[in-house]
Structure formats: C-alpha cells, structure tokens
Design a protein around this ligand. Structure first.
Ligand SMILES: [Zn+2]
Length: 587
C-alpha cells in the first residue's frame, strides 16, 4: 500500500496547523489587541513566532497528531499565565510579573496566585483548553515531497526565528544588545514569554550578585562630610510593603485604620504627596535605596546604596527583615540586605504556614537598639500589607468585619478582601507605631522614617474592580505611599528643619537617597539638594512612573490621578514644563 499523496499542496491542512499553534499565544494577543491595551506588534510577533512549531509536523507527517499534542500541551500550560493575567488585569503578562514570582519564595508565590485566582477562571481555562482540543481534532497530516518539505521548513524557520535572529546579529555590534532585541521579539509568544522572562530575571540577579561581589569597587561618594561626625546617633529606616496611604486614617481615610499613628500625630511629620516610581518591590527598592531613578535605572549597579553610604559615614548597619528571605536565598532582596554589617532574617517558617506577622521584628529591633555601637543605621523591612491580607494580622486583630465605612462600590463578594486589607493596614499601624515608641523609649539622638515601597489597589472607588498592582494598568492607589518622620527631641534641637512646611511637596521616592542623606546631615558631591524632600533647595521634579526600560512610556503620576497629586498651581506648571516624555498609548 502506498501513502496517498495529494497532487496539490494542502493549504487548508497547513492552515489548521498554524491556527492550532497560533492559538496558544494568539488568543491572548487578540484579546489584548481588541481591548486596545497594546499595539499590533505583539499580535504580529506572536503569530510569526508560532509558525516554528509547524516544522516537526511537516517533517514527520505520520506522527503528526502525537507531535502536535506533545508540543501543544506544554504550550497550553505555559500560555495559562498570560491568559489568566489578561483575564484579571486586561493587560499583557510582563517579565515584571515573573520578577515578582521568582523574587518571592514558593509559598509567597502561591499566595500571590491565590490572590488572583477566582472561580470564574476555571470554566474559562477549561473553555480555552477545549478550543485547543477542537483545533487539534481538525489537524491532518500534510505530506510534502522531501525537497518541498525542507524548503517549507526553512521558510517557516526564517519567518519564526531566523529573520529576527540574523537581522539583530547583523545590526547590533554588541551581542548582548542583539540578544535583548531578539528576546523582545520572541516575548509575545508562549512559551518564550516565560523563558525570556526567566532569563532576564537571572541576568538581573547575576548583575546584583556581581554588584555585591564588587561592592568594594563601587566608588564611594566623593568628599563626604557629616554634620554629626563622631557624635552618637541612631537612624532608623522602616520600609513598609504594599500600603496605600489613602487607606490610612492618618491620611484622611474615614475608617480608623491607623489609630496609633493618629494618636502620635503631633510627634510626626506626615508627608502627603509622595509616590513610588514603580509598583513592584524590587523595582521600587532599586531606586529608593540607591542613586538609580527613572531616568537612570541602572545606577543601582554602579553607585553606593543607602547602606553603603551609611557605612561610609561610619555607621554600624543592621538589616532586619520579615520579607521572604527564609534561607538567605540568593534573591535580590537578600543581595541588598547582605551589604549591611548584621542581618536578621525572620521569615523562616513560611513553608508550613503562610501566616507571618510583622510584630516579629520588634524583639530584634529592641536588640539592635541595645547594641553598644555609637552610631547605628537600622533598616526594618516589613511584610506590611502584602497579599494575602488576612495572613498579615493575627485573627484577634480582625477589626473591620462589616460594611460600616465601606464605599458603596464594594460588592458583597469583594467585601471580605476589602476588610482584610483594612485590617492589615490597622495591624501595620500597630507595628509601625510600636517601633516608634520603642525607639523613642531609648531616648535616642536620631530619627525614624517610615515609607512603603509602593501602594496597592483594593477595590478603591475610582477603579472599583482593580485588586493588586499592575504597571501596565496603573491606578493611583498602587503609587501613593505613606511617608512619615519621627525625630527625637534632641535631634530636632540640633537640626533646625521646618519639616511641617514641606509635607505637601510632590515627591517621587525614586529620589529618596537624597532626602535620607540630607536628613542624616551628610554632604557629598553626588547629593542633589533639589531632589531632597527636606531641603530649602528642593525643586518639583516630574513624578515619573512606568517601566524605565521603555523611557517613552514613562508618564507623570498626575496623568493617572489629576486630583491626587496637588502641587501648588505654580509648581504644577513647572512640573508640566519639565515633563516631556508623556503620552502612553497603552493607557
Ligand atoms: Zn512590595
């Protein structure tokens, strides 16, 4: 028996093959395109790149169905990440999302997934899989004589990868840059989305490790002088997590979510116009804790961090963290923390139990305060109000349980999440205020500054369906962070700064290191007083948000929240004229 070979090329057979492999990237890309959340490039690239998988089917038509299933199943599984992310956010899955997943440990990552998982996704995932199965049933072998088959495969390879790879290698002298560009082109298609994201994450991580390894070769700041040189001082930086100041009664939220800070208010300077540049922990802290900012995002690799800076100024440095660093894993956070003289990693039991409360930091904090060193710099990194919110406070701290004080947009289904976030904010208030009180009780010469790495959207009235954070679909609550300073009476006595007059200045925490150095009484060549929130030379800089790897897409925070950032009219004009890179077609 001879195999029947059609005399004409079976275009329809090829068409079904293409459709089958296109499906795993194309459905999500089509949804992205139709919802107008991104341009056409991703859609086109995903279609081109998907043709790669047709090659084995053409080479081995007799095993076509089996091969298609063996390739299709992994593609389907890999594509669920992007598909699911679109369902929740209406945006394209990005490598920043992968960053978050890998930066977290496994239980953190599964919490993250749970947070975004809703029952209605199950039928959609099944329906999506069913579509692939129906297409698979339509597949039929396409027999080509060998010369034609080879030619077709070469053509498909050129279309999917060959052209891009060759072109980028030719036009880019630098092979790293070429690889970046190639990855850019592949990324819209599954499974490259995950592979490229992971590769870029690894690259970033090894950069961080190299930074740590070569930290001695990072040039110290130049001409450092210290107004407090040789005198005792204890300076505390408390970094919060996922806390949106608009949900704190300290900032006017009607529910009493911060009773303790409210009580301490007359001892605090409460800055009400600070936003983070990026809504993700690592990306935000890369800028907050170093000289990097939205315009110079890579400077965290080549300039001192705030820990380096304080060491250079002669401080003994401590890093207490309740973040996901359970076994001193080589994560980016750990890398940052390793620069300190002493680390306390508290997040050890997370495999067994996802609950982790920030009051764990109090005991090590007291120990550090008791350390005999004359000059101490202490970083306390909280888990704050990170999802899952109900895991951030002990059950007996459940305070908000009903609809009282809840805006009408919150549905019955959303209510428990909404309440658990407020409860987490309330517990965070307990922790931060206790840190301040324990610090104050030691009668220190120094100050404590608290800010959150970024905010969090939790069914807020302006965007009633948004939960969590997404740089691709930014809303104000993801960016508006608390920023408060407690100064000891003795510190106030020798540092004559009228902070109260500065609290409504618009400010991006990307420039935080300038504020910190200024407050600490340090002076050096790199210090830019115009970027210090507490300087008389302060100037309004644009509050740039977005991914700085795509500078054209950076926008000013006021564009997503005209009502919130309320600089004085004149300052607003300055900010406007200083801002030239706006307009983001994605928004
Ligand atoms: Zn964070």
């Amino acid at each position: 028996m001879t195999i029947k070979q059609p005399s004409r090329l079976d275009w329809a057979g090829l068409g079904w093959m293409f459709l089958f492999f296109w499906y795993f990237s194309g459905v999500t890309q089509l949804l992205i395109l139709l919802s107008d959340s991104a341009g056409f490039t991703g859609f086109r690239q995903s279609a081109l790149v998907s043709t790669l998988w047709m090659i084995p089917l053409i080479l081995f038509p007799a095993r076509m169905r089996w091969l298609a299933a063996m390739i299709g199943i992994p593609l389907w599984i890999c594509s669920l990440a992007g598909f699911g992310y679109f369902l929740v956010y209406g945006q394209e899955f990005s490598q920043s999302v992968i960053f978050i997943m890998f930066e977290s440990n496994q239980s953190e990552a599964s919490e993250y997934l749970m947070q975004y998982f809703a029952w209605w996704m199950v039928p959609l995932f099944i329906g999506y899989g069913l579509g692939a199965w129906l297409l698979w049933r339509k597949l039929r072998p396409v027999y080509l004589p060998w010369p034609k088959a080879i030619f077709a495969c070469l053509l498909l390879f050129t279309l999917s990868l060959g052209y891009t790879v060759t072109r980028q290698l030719i036009i880019n002298a630098d092979s790293h840059r070429a690889l970046d560009k190639i990855e850019d082109r592949l990324e819209p298609a599954t499974p490259w989305q995950l592979i490229v994201g992971y590769h870029q994450y690894r690259q970033q991580l090894s950069n961080m490790q190299a930074m740590l390894k070569n930290k001695n070769s990072v040039a110290p700041v130049k001409h450092l002088s210290d107004a407090r040189a040789g005198l005792p001082s204890t300076l505390v930086l408390v970094i919060g997590e996922s806390t949106n100041r608009q949900r704190m009664s300290l900032y006017g939220y009607p529910r009493q979510t911060t009773p303790n800070l409210d009580r301490l208010r007359n001892q605090l300077d409460v800055f009400d116009n600070v936003v983070t540049p990026r809504p993700y922990t690592i990306e935000a802290l890369q800028q907050i804790l170093t000289f990097a900012d939205q315009e110079n995002p890579d400077r965290y690799l080549t300039t001192p961090s705030v820990v380096n800076l304080m060491k250079q100024a002669g401080y003994k440095t401590f890093w207490i963290t309740n973040q996901q660093t359970m076994t001193k894993r080589n994560t980016m956070l750990t890398t940052l923390s390793q620069e300190a003289d002493k680390q306390v990693y508290l997040n050890n039991n997370r495999e067994q139990n996802a609950r982790q409360y920030d009051d764990d930091v109090l005991k090590p904090f007291d120990n550090v305060l008791a350390d005999p060193a004359l000059r101490k710099f202490v970083v306390v990194h909280l888990l704050g109000t990170h999802m899952n919110y109900q895991y951030r406070y002990p059950p007996e701290y459940e305070f908000f349980t009903d609809r009282r004080g809840v805006p009408p947009n919150v549905t019955d289904h959303q209510l428990s999440t909404y309440n658990s976030y407020d409860n987490a904010v309330r517990f965070n208030d307990q922790v931060v205020s206790t840190l301040i009180e324990h610090f104050a009780a030691t009668k220190p010469d120094g100050f404590l500054l608290y800010l959150s790495d970024h905010g969090e959207a939790v069914f807020d009235p302006d965007h009633p369906d948004v939960l969590g954070r997404s740089e691709g679909a930014p809303t104000a609550p993801m960016y508006t962070v608390p920023f408060i300073i407690w100064r000891s009476p003795s510190w106030k006595a020798h540092q004559q700064l009228d902070l109260a007059s500065m609290t409504s200045r618009p400010y991006s925490s990307a420039h935080f290191i300038h504020t910190w150095a200024n407050l600490a009484g340090l002076h050096f060549d790199e210090l830019d007083y115009s970027k210090s929130l507490v300087s008389t030379q302060y100037q309004v800089h644009p509050l740039l948000i977005g991914n700085p790897e795509h500078p054209k897409n950076l926008i000013d925070f006021s564009e997503i929240s005209p009502g919130l950032s309320q600089p004085l009219a004149r300052e607003k004009e300055i900010a406007k004229s200083a801002r030239r890179k706006t307009i983001n077609s994605h928004l």
